[in-house]
Design a protein around this ligand. Structure first.
Ligand code: RP5
Length: 181
């Protein structure tokens, strides 16, 4: 559970997540209530030593700011945007409409519709405005996909991804071995 936030601090800072000075990935969300869902993905970015920036850009509450952030991201050296939102989750698609960068949407389970509303809001984009979509609350896969994209032109991330996949494979094989014993 995230630690309580006091005046002058952001939930991200309180929980040990701070923006890097030269980020490659922008992780943004519709509300700081989405932050607990993003924690697993942020941990993956940290594990792979990916510099990231954090922000809150609501498609509905801060539409002008959201578009500004999307518009400026590529010029600031960002290579991939991860955008999490729940309910009428327009954030990833709207950011995708304003940037040439790949945008990965994380549907957040935030309403009585269990995240299906968020999933469909993000995945059903019109032709011409692609927005990658991971499973509901699956910020882990959003981070891993972002790292794979970085790995396509930064060999060090591709090497780390191969190590991650090998470790995952070994862990599953080991579990199976124990079951067969
Ligand atoms: C969305 O509305 C946010 O992404 C969040 O998932 C949901 C609820 O936001 P809060 O009312 O908790 O701020 O825009």
């Amino acid at each position: 559970k995230p630690a309580p936030v006091t005046r002058g601090q952001s939930a991200a800072q309180v929980n040990g997540y701070t923006s890097a000075s030269k980020p490659l990935v922008l992780v943004t969300m519709g509300s700081d209530s989405d932050l607990p869902v993003l924690k697993a993905g942020l941990d993956i970015l940290k594990k792979f030593n990916v510099p990231y920036a954090l922000d809150i850009t609501s498609a509905h509450r801060t539409p002008k700011y959201m578009m500004k952030v999307a518009d400026e991201a590529a010029g600031k050296g960002i290579k991939v945007i991860i955008a999490a939102a729940g309910g009428a989750a327009h954030l990833p698609g709207m950011m995708s409409s304003e940037t040439p960068l790949p945008v990965i949407g994380v549907p957040v389970k935030a309403t009585h519709m269990d995240g299906l509303d968020s999933l469909l809001s993000i995945v059903q984009m019109p032709r011409g405005v692609p927005t990658a979509t991971v499973g509901i609350n699956n910020s882990t896969n959003a981070a891993l996909l972002a790292i794979r994209i970085l790995g396509s032109f930064m060999p060090e991330y591709q090497d780390k991804m191969k190590d991650y996949q090998r470790d995952m494979e070994e862990a599953v094989i080991e579990k199976g071995t124990k079951l067969r014993e």
